[in-house]
Design a protein around this ligand. Structure first.
Ligand code: BTN
Length: 319
């Protein structure tokens, strides 16, 4: 019922809808409607009530709400199911819990993560309302060896969407990060479950620093946000919608055509590493190499200092 009322308020687009109309439509008492409205207010929705006109949802661009996202979503499969939380340990963790029964393309978003996870067991700072902390459950029929391609599709989607929506000059630091001015604005954590030859599900988690004004000490100097770069607040909803649309386009192209071509066009165009000398971190060891190309499989071809060439499948690099 709560969902139905919310949807009704949304479709009235900021105009009043009377308690009587709602009670007739949903065949419940006006008192029941009033109670649902109070619950919605407690959950953070701004609903104006006047005795004569009824109820009006005041659109807050601040909070990410499923109905508001779904109303403008332009996808067929990604985001057909969206779950929004106020606070959660980690959207990737939640996806893992629901993955077995979740439909392909389910999107989980939280205003805050209490135990946001980064790669290699690191923390991911996820303060309330400031960023996009979002995970997508995918169920593609591809071998596990192809799983890392989902990270590249995500990186290309986020980078392209950031450029389109904010005009911020974002670059892809292969394979997982989006950087602006050399500082990290987004990290991607892809996790997979399955057997040797079959993926059960993949979870692509994206952490985007959108409206953060400051960072915890450990991230200072290495992290930035879109608002810091742009000098104004960014609408998270618009950015999410663009990411999901782009993700679906690239994902469907990959699944239907069997090539990463469209994704790689973006990855190469906005690469932060192509032609650069990078440091490759292999456990305790660190070696230098020049990036020669990103091949059609999305692998990084590097010319090492000792003259050897190496193909990197994934891993830690720094510029
Ligand atoms: C990294 O750069 O180390 C990856 C960071 C990934 C963070 C995102 S935020 C949404 C999702 N949930 C998590 O706990 N982590 C990912």
């Amino acid at each position: 019922m709560k969902e139905k009322i919310l949807k009704e308020l949304y479709t009235h687009q900021g105009k009043y809808v009377s308690g009587e109309e709602l009670s007739e439509k949903f065949q419940v008492s006006r008192t029941a409607i009033w109670k649902h409205m109070n619950n919605l207010k407690k959950q953070g929705y701004t609903i104006e009530t006047t005795h004569k006109k009824g109820y009006r949802l005041v659109e807050t661009t601040e909070k990410l709400i499923k109905e508001a996202l779904k109303e403008h979503l332009e996808t067929e499969e990604i985001g057909q199911e969206i779950l929004c939380f106020d606070s959660i340990d980690s959207t990737n963790n939640y996806c893992k819990k629901i993955a077995k029964d979740a439909v392909h393309g389910t999107v989980v978003i939280s205003e805050e993560q209490t135990v946001g996870r980064g790669r290699l067991g690191r923390n991911w700072s996820s303060p309330k309302g400031e960023g996009i902390w979002m995970s997508i459950v995918l169920k593609p029929s591809i071998p596990p060896t192809e799983g890392m391609k989902m990270t590249q599709i995500a990186a290309a989607s986020v980078c392209k969407a950031i450029r389109e929506i904010t005009d911020v000059e974002a670059y892809i630091k292969w394979p997982n990060d989006i950087v602006v001015g050399g500082k990290k604005v987004c990290g991607i954590l892809t996790e997979m479950a399955g057997e040797l030859h079959k993926i059960d599900y993949l979870i692509v988690g994206m952490g985007i620093n959108v409206n953060n004004q400051e960072f915890p000490e450990e991230f200072q100097g290495i992290a930035t946000s879109l608002t810091i770069q742009k000098g104004k607040k960014i609408d998270r909803k618009t950015l999410i919608l663009c990411i999901l649309k782009t993700f679906e386009e690239l994902y469907q192209h990959y699944i239907c055509q069997g090539t990463l071509e469209k994704t790689l066009e973006i990855i190469r165009l906005y690469s932060a590493v192509l032609g650069k000398t990078i440091r490759i971190i292999k456990g305790e060891e660190e070696i230098k190499g020049k990036v020669l190309e990103i091949n059609d499989e999305g692998l990084l071809k590097v010319q090492l200092e000792d003259g050897r060439q190496e193909m990197l499948i994934s891993g830690e690099i720094s510029i």
